[in-house]
Design a protein around this ligand. Structure first.
Ligand code: G
Ligand code: G
Ligand code: NA
Length: 253
């Protein structure tokens, strides 16, 4: 079987699932969100990480149906958690550029929200800087999505080829500092300066900021000292299967 036909089968047979990585406010100690990350429960190969099939899915276009599935599943799950009386926090979902360019994306997302019953404010869309290259298209679409009531964050911030000018034109709620900057903040003064500057910039622009890929207590302290209170990373928790995410929510509520 080719990877393409295997992935098509995976979608049809419900072999895909989502894990959820908590995002935590270290100043309050509370969970502020979960990022939904796709996994593939392969019948022979076991649990396959997205690094092994998302790049292929991007190239082949299969990322569009996979992304639509992930969006719907994350909304369904978050609504179910809400109905079960668990801590209500937004779930964030990665949108690939192929989805971003898809016809009538906003209407599709609106329909998914209605079908699952999730309040729009409990959905955050993570886009990358590549989505900001066509400024007029992105501006129109993002304003349309904001009208729907969802939140918008920029993933892998600082690693793309886009200019900063989009930050003042687009309705962006949050920047996610890419983990390549966070990795060496304790040893590389340039990375430390970049991270501190991104944090200061978000404060002046009235945006939220979250650091990705936090793996050590020293990194966490640096971020806290520089007023970045939202953190995601292995130091706090890896992406979790649903039962483990639920345990964590119960502990924090
Ligand atoms: O979980 P892991 O670090 O292995 O994920 C690897 C990459 O796959 C990450 O960069 C992540 O953004 C991407 N990814 C995971 N789930 C999704 C998804 O639902 N949609 C898209 N577009 N990318 C995803
Ligand atoms: O770029 P994006 O936000 O999509 O990346 C999410 C991916 O990053 C997840 O698939 C997750 O497995 C991975 N990840 C999350 N926390 C850490 C971390 O602390 N260190 C590293 N190396 N990867 C992480
Ligand atoms: Na992401």
């Amino acid at each position: 079987l080719t990877l393409e036909s295997e992935l098509r089968r995976a979608l049809a047979n419900n072999e895909l699932l989502l894990h959820y990585q908590p995002q935590i406010n270290i100043a309050t100690g509370r969970i502020v969100g979960f990022e939904a990350l796709v996994r593939w429960q392969h019948p022979e190969r076991g649990l396959v990480a997205p690094g092994e099939f998302i790049p292929f899915a991007e190239d082949s276009g299969l990322i569009v149906p996979i992304g639509e599935w992930a969006l719907k599943e994350a909304c369904r799950q978050n609504k179910q958690w809400q109905d079960a009386g668990l801590e209500v926090v937004p779930v964030s979902v990665n949108l690939s550029i192929r989805q971003f360019m898809q016809h009538q994306l906003c209407a599709r997302i609106g329909r998914t929200l209605r079908e699952t019953g999730l309040a729009p404010g409990l959905l955050e869309l993570e886009i990358t800087e590549s989505c900001t290259m066509d400024v007029d298209y992105a501006s129109d679409l993002l304003h349309e999505l904001k009208k729907l009531g969802v939140k918008i964050s920029i993933d892998d911030f600082g690693t793309g080829y886009s200019s900063l000018s989009y930050l003042k034109k687009f309705p962006i709620d949050k920047l996610k500092i890419d983990r390549s900057f966070v990795r060496d903040i304790m040893t590389d003064p340039n990375d430390a300066a970049i991270v501190a500057s991104i944090i200061a910039m978000t404060r002046h622009l009235n945006m939220e900021v979250i650091a990705e890929g936090v793996e050590t207590e020293e990194q966490l302290r640096f971020l806290h000292d520089n007023q970045c209170h939202l953190i995601q990373g292995f130091y706090l928790s890896p992406p979790l299967a649903v039962p483990d995410a639920e345990c964590l929510m119960k502990l924090y509520s």
